[in-house]
Write a new protein. Structure first.
Length: 100
């Protein structure tokens, strides 16, 4: 399966950002890989935009102090649309019915 162009771009950007953060923190690829429980070769794939599993990506992001921000970015309530839809669809209260 061919990777769609927007996904390929995002993988490259994410990889570049990971490599930059690692260098800013003064960490070698070997250090990050060991702390993330992976190999330097896998980290290299991530940094080069070749992709890795989501778990490995999150492990690396955790080591670099970036995981919470990435996970937070997926919060549907962090978007205006998500907040509007939640207000429309989520009940204000949940009541327990007693049938007895």
């Amino acid at each position: 399966m061919t990777t769609p162009l927007p996904i390929a771009r995002a993988l490259r950007t994410l990889g570049h950002n990971v490599a930059t953060q690692r260098k800013l923190l003064g960490l070698t690829a070997k250090m990050v890989a060991e702390r993330a429980g992976t190999t330097p070769a896998t980290l290299s794939k991530l940094e080069n935009g070749d992709g890795t599993s989501l778990e490995i990506t999150l492990r690396v992001l955790r080591v670099l102090g970036l995981m919470d921000g990435v996970v937070g970015a997926t919060d549907p309530y962090a978007t205006e649309r998500g907040r509007l839809l939640a207000d429309e669809k989520l009940p204000q209260r949940v009541r327990v019915r007693t049938d007895g």
